[in-house]
Design a protein around this ligand. Structure first.
Ligand SMILES: [Ca+2]
Ligand SMILES: [Ca+2]
Length: 427
């Protein structure tokens, strides 16, 4: 059953002309002895069973037909077990059907069918197998932008995981944040490719933010080859080494930095979320399932930074920073990781409770800086937080560092790269 299905999936990309001019087919009224193979070029995949057909014209019952392999090894073809119906003999032709299971890469190559009649005449024809997957052409009508899913928007309001196109009168009004600076003009005005969006993504030293670097492919000068980032994991081979289609997987959440935080107004909130996926996921944040800072803007009071692990491009940490916290920032913060393969939300969310400045602890509560400072203002606010911590009580790790600053040791906050795989859930 399996073999039958595989044979059906065989792609014939060219056929031998079976109708040679009559004058060449016949000699003295007799059909000229010759061989035709069908097809002459066969696109195959490893593991597949393929069928080769060899037709001999002008032969007779004594004609022997044999398949040999020419490339990459010269040998008798390693055909599968024959059955009695494989050979069909009529007055004008002999048809031999043979099957080969391509369980070994060396079986993919060039084959010859040779016929030898009892008078010692020989004739042959060549069949070439091409490994499909070496190059899968992209259908011309399928441009990058058309491949992407379009969301219908009620009242033209973009979703929290989207950016707003500059020209909202014509065409798309919003595009997914994951598509910004990916090499495709997803907004009709191309505004999703503007530098201000590229600046929100991690910068690479040797290639543009909107590009994907083919892993093992170099040009003739030895320089790395890059393709548009939108072409990574789109189902078509764009790098000659196929590295743009390797390991494609939707994101998973590795860790979140906090489950619950109490914070005073005017303070700075910093929370982090780490995810893994290929292509590298984009980490986005929502407040009560809506936009952060009320307008979905990544700039100004709120920033969403992305930091890719230098040793593992599938690992990314998103840092949300909200400055000058006010009462409207109170609520449930969700981390979501998205790439072209899918999306996931972190569980649990981070619950932020904002307390008014006037309710701050009085100086009688002392100076509690979680061991990262001994100096406080008279109202209890920590000064000069050490050990890469920040915050009213030195209770957060600084940007680029991760951990739980409230543990009270000098090593609470580790440089992001040093803790790529640790789970850092905290209460
Ligand atoms: Ca784009
Ligand atoms: Ca691709």
């Amino acid at each position: 059953m399996q073999q039958q299905q595989q044979t059906v999936s065989t792609t014939y990309i060219s056929h031998e002309a079976t109708t040679l001019p009559t004058a060449r087919l016949k000699v003295d009224g007799q059909i000229r002895f010759h061989v035709v193979v069908k097809p002459t070029v066969l696109q195959v995949q490893r593991g597949q069973q393929v069928e080769l057909t060899c037709i001999v014209y002008g032969g007779n019952l004594n004609t022997s037909i044999v398949w040999t392999q020419d490339k990459p090894k010269r040998r008798y073809a390693l055909t599968d077990r024959a059955s009695k119906n494989d050979k069909e003999i009529t007055a004008s032709q002999i048809t031999l059907r043979s099957r080969i299971t391509l369980d070994d890469p060396s079986k993919i190559g060039q084959y010859t069918c040779t016929a030898l009649d009892d008078a010692g005449n020989a004739h042959s024809a060549v069949l070439t197998m091409q490994k499909s997957g070496s190059y899968v052409p992209r259908p011309k009508h399928l441009s990058g932008v058309l491949r992407k899913r379009i969301t219908n928007h009620r009242n033209d309001i973009c979703q929290p995981n989207e950016i707003s196109c500059s020209n909202r009168i014509q065409g798309r009004k919003c595009v997914e944040k994951y598509w910004m600076c990916d090499g495709d003009r997803d907004c009709d005005d191309g505004s999703d490719e503007e530098q201000r969006y590229c600046d929100l993504l991690p910068q690479h030293r040797y290639y543009k933010t909107s590009e994907f670097q083919c892993v093992g492919a170099n040009d003739t000068y030895g320089n790395p080859v890059c393709v548009r980032r939108s072409l990574q994991c789109d189902g078509y081979n764009d790098c000659s080494d196929h590295s743009d289609e390797v390991g494609c997987v939707k994101p998973t959440i590795i860790s979140i930095s906090h489950r619950q935080i109490r914070i005073n107004t005017r303070d700075t909130l910093i929370i982090q979320c780490t995810a893994r996926g290929t292509p590298t996921p984009y980490i986005n944040w929502r407040l009560n399932w809506g936009h952060i800072c009320g307008d979905g803007s990544d700039n100004g009071r709120c920033t969403m930074e992305q930091s890719i692990d230098t040793h593992d491009p599938s690992l990314v940490t998103g840092t949300l920073t909200v400055r000058s916290i006010n009462a409207n920032d109170d609520g449930t913060y969700s981390c979501e990781a998205r790439n072209s393969q899918g999306f996931i939300f972190a569980i649990p969310d981070t619950l932020i409770t904002v307390t008014e400045w006037d309710n701050k602890p009085s100086s009688s509560t002392g100076c509690n800086c979680h061991g990262h400072s001994s100096y406080c203002t008279p109202d209890g606010r920590c000064q000069n937080c050490q050990h890469d911590t920040v915050g009213y009580y030195c209770e957060y790790c600084n940007t680029g560092y991760r951990g739980d600053a409230r543990l009270g040791t000098p090593h609470d906050c580790q440089l992001l790269l040093a803790v790529s795989n640790q789970s850092l859930y905290s209460d």
